[in-house]
Design a binder for this molecule. Structure first.
Ligand code: V4E
Length: 236
């Protein structure tokens, strides 16, 4: 499993020139469609878990424990998420979160609990493919966000390792850049934060405030009730 450490930044008209000036190599340009899922009462996202299907590939981003950042700006501006990409592991983890939540609130009846347990134990694995949506129904998960992204990816080779920069344009009109390093679980988080900081300095990025990602803008625009709940819970 890996931890994605990432800093978002505002994409201005000069960014491609700046990337070329500091030696970034373009490694590809592609388009993908993302669908994000949660329960109708936002059990996953209110705990900062993000369940996504991107072009048939599932991923669960889970909050990672913060390390000590090299400085306060880096701590505030970077996010850290553990990424799970194996569908059986995703199903177990998501069922666990939903089971814990429903146990806390005694919201479910015994047949709902049985359905959740079946998904947790991967009892339907023989019929479970990336296209199968039964497990989503069993866990009462619905799609709350769907959008396409055009992405240009760059890589910057440095003595300390490679750093990736993505420039994203969402189909609802939001552009955002991301500086990203993947750290194997148990790897050196502070070194990753420092590498991201160094690239941000090379790109001349200002460190004032957190930049809104695609999801932030999407929810603000199209899912105001969900957005308000996440703001109140300090998730966004
Ligand atoms: C973790 C998260 C969300 C899931 C989408 O994450 P993100 O990395 O922004 O999307 P994308 O398309 O770049 O995915 P990738 O290709 O890197 O896998 S949506 C909201 N969050 C939480 C979050 C947060 N609270 N603050 C910031 C600055 N970013 C994300």
């Amino acid at each position: 499993m890996t931890v994605e450490v990432e800093r978002k930044f505002v994409c201005d008209a000069e960014i491609i020139g700046k990337l070329q000036d500091i030696g970034a190599k373009c490694i590809g340009q592609w388009q993908f469609r993302d669908q994000y899922f949660d329960s109708p009462n936002f059990i996953l996202t209110l705990k900062n878990f993000w369940l996504r299907c991107r072009e048939g590939l599932w991923e669960l981003k889970c909050p990672a424990v913060s390390g000590t950042a090299p400085d306060n700006d880096t701590e505030t501006l970077c996010t850290r998420y553990r990424e799970i990409t194996s569908l059986p592991l995703i199903q177990s983890e998501v069922s666990r979160i939903i089971r814990e939540h429903t146990a806390e609130g005694s919201e479910s009846n015994s047949s709902q609990r049985e359905q959740i347990d079946k998904v947790a134990e991967n009892e339907d694995t023989e019929i479970c493919s990336a296209d199968d949506t039964k497990w989503l129904n069993d866990l009462n998960l619905v799609c709350f966000a769907e959008f396409k992204t055009e992405r240009c990816s760059y890589t910057l080779e440095r003595e300390t390792g490679a750093v990736r920069v993505d420039l994203d344009q969402a189909d609802f009109g939001h552009c955002v850049g991301e500086i990203e390093v993947l750290v194997p679980e148990g790897g050196d988080m502070n070194a990753a934060l420092q590498r991201i900081s160094a690239i941000a300095v090379e790109l001349g990025l200002s460190c004032e405030k957190k930049v809104k990602g695609k999801m932030h803008v999407y929810l603000q625009r199209y899912r105001p009730e969900h957005y308000e709940e996440l703001l109140s819970a300090h998730i966004l």
